[in-house]
Design a protein around this ligand. Structure first.
Ligand code: GTP
Ligand code: MG
Length: 324
């Protein structure tokens, strides 16, 4: 069974984090990333969060996401908001240098106490990227951040799934990559609340915007949120203020229309089922390891007498009967 009393070492770290101690927050993030017993204790202890507005920024590699995040962080700081930044590195061999690049790009904020930057690697993450990123978001929220910016490279399903944990999704595209709207990953198109055509200083930006708008005209209907298509030049800090405004506009719309609450409830339900599935699996596997009858089922499968599916069915039937 899970331990209900909190480890005093963790309790102290949480108390320090709630006082605004950045080192304690960093250490707790490392713990939560392990997705183990301590991680669960920490997340249970901080309880339900949800004050901060969570913004996801995704798009193809090199679209300028980190540059945008850096600029958006400056906008939020000008408004005296505390910012958490999470850069999720999809452990691809190509992004090996990107994490370092992100740090360099964000370096102007490194000394600012109102900003906490974290680069996460999926390497070694047992719970999968979406689960661990969600835990890190919760910690940053509990530590008093007003806005949390989450950057992922929109290439794999796992990175797209991370965007299920945020309130506003910004999809950044660039004229040179995927200038044919039809060829873009359908997943990216479906999750956007705001489109940004970054590197608008380059040729082809206008036609990409036209392409996205005409595609949106086909799907947007009624009184739903009108997904804006914005041009930015993150490098030159052009158009970023407008993007910042649109993010808050989207929050206002979501709150007024009830979408915000529905979305948060959906996120909690997804988290709940993921946690429950994990617990059930653990409990079952432990039973299989300890119970002689169940061990015998596995041995018959190992000996090739029954198929893996048959063995699983048999184990499931026996354990379910025991649970009744
Ligand atoms: N021309 C131009 N270059 C830009 C603009 N914004 C960013 N860049 C450059 O594009 C390159 C990639 O920027 P990043 O911000 O690292 O892009 P990213 O999407 O975070 O990249 P990954 O995280 O590696 O996928 C950098 O060299 C930036 O300086 C822009 O508006 N115009
Ligand atoms: Mg980046």
């Amino acid at each position: 069974m899970t331990e209900k009393t909190l480890d005093p070492r963790l309790a102290q770290m949480i108390a320090d984090m709630l006082q605004g101690n950045a080192r304690a927050l960093a250490r707790l993030i490392t713990i939560v990333e392990q997705d183990d017993h301590d991680a669960h204790q920490v997340l249970r202890e901080i309880g339900p969060t949800g004050k901060a507005h969570r913004v996801g920024i995704t798009g193809p590699p090199g679209a300028g996401k980190s540059t945008l995040v850096n600029r958006l962080t400056s906008c939020a700081r000008q408004n005296r908001l505390r910012v958490g930044v999470i850069c999720a590195d999809p452990s691809s061999p190509f992004s090996g240098g990107a994490v370092l690049g992100d740090r360099v790009r964000m370096s102007q904020h490194n000394l600012d106490e109102g900003v906490h930057i974290r680069s996460m690697s999926t390497r070694g993450s047992l719970g999968g990227l979406p689960t661990t990123v969600h835990g890190v978001i919760e910690l940053m929220d509990a530590s008093g951040k007003d806005v949390i910016l989450v950057e992922t490279v929109g290439v794999g399903q796992m990175e797209l799934d991370v965007m299920q944990s945020v309130d506003t999704v910004v999809v950044a595209l660039v004229p040179e990559a995927g200038d044919d709207v039809q060829a873009m990953k359908a997943g990216l198109m479906e999750i956007a609340d705001i489109f940004v055509v970054n590197k608008a200083d380059r040729p082809g930006a206008e036609s990409l915007m036209v392409g996205i708008r005409s595609m949106l005209d086909l799907v947007c209907q009624g009184d739903a949120w009108r997904i804006p298509v914005l041009a930015t030049q993150a490098e030159n800090n052009i158009g970023v203020d407008d993007l910042y405004q649109q993010i808050w506009e989207h929050r206002r719309f979501s709150l007024d229309s009830g979408v915000f609450t529905t979305r948060r409830a959906g996120q909690r339900y997804a988290e709940f089922t993921a946690a429950l599935q994990k617990m059930i699996t653990q409990e079952f596997m432990q039973a299989v390891a300890e119970d002689p009858i169940l061990c015998a089922c596995v041995s018959r499968m190992n000996a090739g007498e029954v198929s893996a599916y048959e063995a699983a069915e048999e184990v499931f039937r026996i354990v379910s009967q025991q649970m009744r």
